[in-house]
Design a protein around this ligand. Structure first.
Ligand SMILES: [Zn+2]
Length: 270
Protein backbone atom coordinates (compact mmCIF):
# COMPACT_ATOMS: atom_id res chain seq x y z
CA UNK A 1 0.00 0.00 0.00
CA UNK A 2 1.42 3.37 -0.95
CA UNK A 3 2.47 5.77 1.75
CA UNK A 4 1.28 9.31 1.73
CA UNK A 5 3.23 12.34 2.83
CA UNK A 6 1.08 14.58 4.92
CA UNK A 7 1.56 17.45 7.27
CA UNK A 8 0.32 17.73 10.80
CA UNK A 9 -0.70 21.37 11.04
CA UNK A 10 -1.28 22.73 14.49
CA UNK A 11 -4.50 24.60 14.93
CA UNK A 12 -5.85 25.98 18.12
CA UNK A 13 -9.38 25.33 19.28
CA UNK A 14 -11.32 28.18 17.80
CA UNK A 15 -14.81 29.52 17.98
CA UNK A 16 -15.53 27.22 15.06
CA UNK A 17 -15.22 24.26 17.39
CA UNK A 18 -17.69 25.80 19.77
CA UNK A 19 -20.08 26.55 16.95
CA UNK A 20 -19.79 22.98 15.79
CA UNK A 21 -20.34 21.51 19.23
CA UNK A 22 -23.54 23.46 19.38
CA UNK A 23 -24.60 22.12 15.98
CA UNK A 24 -23.89 18.48 16.72
CA UNK A 25 -27.57 17.70 16.37
CA UNK A 26 -26.97 17.80 12.61
CA UNK A 27 -25.36 14.41 12.78
CA UNK A 28 -24.88 13.37 16.35
CA UNK A 29 -25.64 10.08 17.98
CA UNK A 30 -29.33 9.42 18.16
CA UNK A 31 -29.63 7.36 21.28
CA UNK A 32 -28.04 7.47 24.68
CA UNK A 33 -26.16 4.34 25.58
CA UNK A 34 -25.38 3.51 29.16
CA UNK A 35 -23.38 0.38 29.86
CA UNK A 36 -23.63 -1.33 33.25
CA UNK A 37 -19.97 -0.59 33.83
CA UNK A 38 -17.02 0.94 32.08
CA UNK A 39 -14.66 -1.96 31.57
CA UNK A 40 -11.03 -1.36 30.78
CA UNK A 41 -9.89 -1.93 27.24
CA UNK A 42 -8.60 -5.42 26.59
CA UNK A 43 -5.09 -5.53 25.19
CA UNK A 44 -5.25 -6.51 21.52
CA UNK A 45 -3.19 -9.62 22.13
CA UNK A 46 -5.35 -10.73 25.06
CA UNK A 47 -8.56 -10.23 23.11
CA UNK A 48 -7.34 -12.18 20.10
CA UNK A 49 -7.43 -9.11 17.90
CA UNK A 50 -5.22 -8.69 14.88
CA UNK A 51 -3.37 -5.39 14.70
CA UNK A 52 -3.21 -3.72 11.33
CA UNK A 53 -0.59 -1.02 10.86
CA UNK A 54 -0.35 1.16 7.80
CA UNK A 55 1.93 4.08 7.11
CA UNK A 56 0.17 7.40 6.88
CA UNK A 57 3.38 9.40 6.49
CA UNK A 58 6.57 8.52 4.68
CA UNK A 59 9.55 8.00 7.00
CA UNK A 60 11.43 11.22 7.67
CA UNK A 61 14.49 12.25 9.64
CA UNK A 62 13.99 11.41 13.32
CA UNK A 63 12.39 14.30 15.16
CA UNK A 64 10.51 14.86 18.37
CA UNK A 65 6.73 15.12 18.11
CA UNK A 66 4.33 16.38 20.76
CA UNK A 67 1.28 14.12 20.81
CA UNK A 68 -1.95 15.00 22.58
CA UNK A 69 -3.43 11.77 23.89
CA UNK A 70 -6.78 10.83 22.36
CA UNK A 71 -9.61 8.82 23.95
CA UNK A 72 -8.27 5.58 25.43
CA UNK A 73 -4.93 5.68 23.65
CA UNK A 74 -2.20 3.70 25.36
CA UNK A 75 1.58 3.97 25.46
CA UNK A 76 1.71 0.69 23.58
CA UNK A 77 -0.41 2.07 20.77
CA UNK A 78 1.52 5.35 20.61
CA UNK A 79 4.79 3.43 20.37
CA UNK A 80 3.43 1.46 17.41
CA UNK A 81 1.99 4.58 15.78
CA UNK A 82 5.30 6.42 15.83
CA UNK A 83 7.65 3.46 15.47
CA UNK A 84 9.43 4.06 18.78
CA UNK A 85 9.68 2.01 21.98
CA UNK A 86 7.40 2.31 24.99
CA UNK A 87 10.48 2.67 27.16
CA UNK A 88 11.76 5.63 25.14
CA UNK A 89 8.41 7.45 25.42
CA UNK A 90 8.23 6.69 29.16
CA UNK A 91 11.80 7.85 29.81
CA UNK A 92 11.40 11.06 27.82
CA UNK A 93 8.21 11.98 29.68
CA UNK A 94 9.37 10.83 33.13
CA UNK A 95 6.57 8.31 33.54
CA UNK A 96 6.64 4.55 34.09
CA UNK A 97 6.38 2.27 31.09
CA UNK A 98 3.04 0.90 32.30
CA UNK A 99 1.55 4.29 33.11
CA UNK A 100 -2.10 4.91 32.26
CA UNK A 101 -2.10 7.97 30.05
CA UNK A 102 -5.03 10.36 30.03
CA UNK A 103 -7.01 12.06 27.30
CA UNK A 104 -5.62 15.51 26.59
CA UNK A 105 -2.22 14.69 28.12
CA UNK A 106 0.69 15.97 26.02
CA UNK A 107 3.55 13.53 25.51
CA UNK A 108 6.81 14.07 23.68
CA UNK A 109 7.51 11.24 21.26
CA UNK A 110 11.29 11.09 20.84
CA UNK A 111 12.85 10.42 17.44
CA UNK A 112 9.60 9.75 15.62
CA UNK A 113 10.18 8.94 11.95
CA UNK A 114 6.70 8.27 10.59
CA UNK A 115 3.11 7.92 11.62
CA UNK A 116 1.11 4.74 11.20
CA UNK A 117 -2.61 4.25 11.39
CA UNK A 118 -3.48 1.44 13.78
CA UNK A 119 -6.63 -0.64 13.41
CA UNK A 120 -7.50 -3.56 15.65
CA UNK A 121 -9.51 -6.34 14.05
CA UNK A 122 -11.46 -8.42 16.53
CA UNK A 123 -13.02 -11.83 16.03
CA UNK A 124 -16.82 -11.95 16.10
CA UNK A 125 -19.92 -11.77 13.94
CA UNK A 126 -21.69 -8.69 15.34
CA UNK A 127 -20.67 -6.32 12.55
CA UNK A 128 -22.77 -6.73 9.41
CA UNK A 129 -22.89 -3.18 8.04
CA UNK A 130 -20.56 -0.20 7.64
CA UNK A 131 -22.21 3.21 8.04
CA UNK A 132 -20.40 6.35 6.85
CA UNK A 133 -20.97 9.72 8.56
CA UNK A 134 -19.58 13.23 8.55
CA UNK A 135 -19.11 15.40 11.61
CA UNK A 136 -20.80 18.36 9.87
CA UNK A 137 -17.96 20.53 11.16
CA UNK A 138 -14.88 22.22 9.67
CA UNK A 139 -12.51 20.87 12.29
CA UNK A 140 -12.47 17.97 14.70
CA UNK A 141 -10.65 15.17 16.45
CA UNK A 142 -11.71 12.12 18.42
CA UNK A 143 -11.02 14.02 21.62
CA UNK A 144 -13.27 16.92 20.62
CA UNK A 145 -16.09 14.62 19.48
CA UNK A 146 -15.65 12.45 22.57
CA UNK A 147 -16.05 15.42 24.89
CA UNK A 148 -18.93 16.88 22.92
CA UNK A 149 -20.89 13.61 22.87
CA UNK A 150 -20.13 13.03 26.53
CA UNK A 151 -21.39 16.49 27.40
CA UNK A 152 -24.59 15.68 25.53
CA UNK A 153 -25.21 12.73 27.82
CA UNK A 154 -23.63 9.87 25.90
CA UNK A 155 -21.97 8.02 28.69
CA UNK A 156 -19.41 6.33 26.51
CA UNK A 157 -18.49 9.52 24.72
CA UNK A 158 -17.78 9.44 20.99
CA UNK A 159 -20.56 7.50 19.33
CA UNK A 160 -18.63 6.41 16.24
CA UNK A 161 -16.21 3.51 16.08
CA UNK A 162 -13.68 5.35 13.94
CA UNK A 163 -12.98 8.97 13.10
CA UNK A 164 -10.93 10.01 10.07
CA UNK A 165 -9.28 13.38 10.65
CA UNK A 166 -8.81 16.21 8.15
CA UNK A 167 -5.58 17.73 9.48
CA UNK A 168 -7.16 20.08 12.00
CA UNK A 169 -6.49 20.28 15.75
CA UNK A 170 -2.99 18.80 15.42
CA UNK A 171 -4.19 15.54 13.87
CA UNK A 172 -2.97 14.19 10.55
CA UNK A 173 -4.90 14.59 7.29
CA UNK A 174 -6.27 11.08 6.81
CA UNK A 175 -5.36 9.93 10.32
CA UNK A 176 -7.65 7.15 11.55
CA UNK A 177 -8.59 7.37 15.23
CA UNK A 178 -10.07 4.25 16.84
CA UNK A 179 -12.68 5.17 19.41
CA UNK A 180 -13.09 3.47 22.81
CA UNK A 181 -16.28 1.84 21.54
CA UNK A 182 -14.27 0.00 18.92
CA UNK A 183 -11.47 -0.98 21.28
CA UNK A 184 -14.06 -2.31 23.75
CA UNK A 185 -16.23 -3.76 20.94
CA UNK A 186 -19.32 -1.91 22.13
CA UNK A 187 -22.42 -0.83 20.26
CA UNK A 188 -22.13 2.54 18.60
CA UNK A 189 -24.34 5.59 19.14
CA UNK A 190 -24.36 6.84 15.58
CA UNK A 191 -27.47 5.50 13.82
CA UNK A 192 -30.45 4.17 15.68
CA UNK A 193 -32.39 3.47 12.47
CA UNK A 194 -32.25 -0.12 11.30
CA UNK A 195 -30.58 -1.29 14.49
CA UNK A 196 -27.31 0.03 13.09
CA UNK A 197 -25.93 1.01 16.49
CA UNK A 198 -25.73 -2.71 17.20
CA UNK A 199 -24.82 -4.20 13.85
CA UNK A 200 -23.15 -1.33 12.02
CA UNK A 201 -19.59 -0.09 12.29
CA UNK A 202 -19.82 3.71 12.45
CA UNK A 203 -17.08 5.60 10.60
CA UNK A 204 -17.16 9.41 10.62
CA UNK A 205 -15.02 11.79 8.60
CA UNK A 206 -14.26 15.24 9.94
CA UNK A 207 -15.83 17.76 7.59
CA UNK A 208 -19.13 19.04 6.32
CA UNK A 209 -19.84 17.32 3.04
CA UNK A 210 -23.04 19.20 2.51
CA UNK A 211 -20.79 22.06 1.40
CA UNK A 212 -17.39 20.52 0.57
CA UNK A 213 -15.66 17.21 -0.17
CA UNK A 214 -13.37 15.06 1.98
CA UNK A 215 -9.63 15.54 1.42
CA UNK A 216 -7.93 12.99 -0.88
CA UNK A 217 -6.10 11.56 2.15
CA UNK A 218 -9.34 11.16 4.08
CA UNK A 219 -10.90 9.36 1.13
CA UNK A 220 -7.92 7.07 0.74
CA UNK A 221 -7.92 6.23 4.47
CA UNK A 222 -11.66 5.59 4.32
CA UNK A 223 -11.28 3.24 1.37
CA UNK A 224 -8.45 1.38 3.07
CA UNK A 225 -10.40 1.10 6.32
CA UNK A 226 -13.59 -0.07 4.61
CA UNK A 227 -11.72 -2.62 2.51
CA UNK A 228 -9.98 -3.96 5.61
CA UNK A 229 -13.15 -4.15 7.72
CA UNK A 230 -15.37 -5.53 4.97
CA UNK A 231 -12.86 -8.26 4.18
CA UNK A 232 -12.40 -9.19 7.83
CA UNK A 233 -16.11 -9.22 8.70
CA UNK A 234 -17.27 -10.37 5.25
CA UNK A 235 -19.51 -7.35 4.72
CA UNK A 236 -20.80 -7.12 1.13
CA UNK A 237 -20.70 -3.83 -0.77
CA UNK A 238 -24.47 -3.31 -0.56
CA UNK A 239 -24.13 -3.12 3.22
CA UNK A 240 -21.64 -0.25 3.00
CA UNK A 241 -23.79 2.87 3.05
CA UNK A 242 -24.17 6.43 4.16
CA UNK A 243 -26.19 7.29 7.25
CA UNK A 244 -28.84 8.92 5.03
CA UNK A 245 -29.33 5.68 3.10
CA UNK A 246 -30.36 3.64 6.13
CA UNK A 247 -34.13 3.11 5.98
CA UNK A 248 -35.78 5.28 8.59
CA UNK A 249 -32.83 7.64 9.09
CA UNK A 250 -33.90 11.25 8.72
CA UNK A 251 -30.64 12.99 7.92
CA UNK A 252 -28.52 14.37 5.09
CA UNK A 253 -25.38 12.81 6.62
CA UNK A 254 -22.70 12.33 5.25
CA UNK A 255 -23.76 15.23 3.04
CA UNK A 256 -24.94 15.77 -0.52
CA UNK A 257 -21.38 16.31 -1.81
CA UNK A 258 -19.98 13.06 -0.45
CA UNK A 259 -18.17 11.43 -3.41
CA UNK A 260 -19.80 8.00 -3.45
CA UNK A 261 -18.81 7.15 -7.02
CA UNK A 262 -15.15 7.85 -6.27
CA UNK A 263 -15.28 5.82 -3.07
CA UNK A 264 -16.99 2.86 -4.77
CA UNK A 265 -14.30 2.89 -7.49
CA UNK A 266 -11.58 2.81 -4.82
CA UNK A 267 -13.27 -0.10 -3.08
CA UNK A 268 -13.30 -2.22 -6.21
CA UNK A 269 -9.71 -1.33 -7.21
CA UNK A 270 -7.20 -4.08 -6.40
ZN1 LIG B 1 -24.44 10.49 10.53
Amino acid sequence: MASIAVGFPKLGLSFLALAWVMSLAACGPQTAYRPPSEPGAPAPAASGAQVLEENLTVPSAPHDVVHEVGPMETLWRLAKMYGVSVDDIARTNHISNNAVIKIGQKLTIPNARSFRNMVYLYPGSQWRYIIVHHTASDIGSATLVHRAHHDRGFWNGIGYHFLIDNGSLGKGDGQIEMSPRWVKQQDGAHCRAGGMNHQGIGIALVGNFSIEQPTPNQLQSLATLIKTLSRHYQIPSNRIMGHRDVAGANTECPGTHFPWAKLRRSLTAP
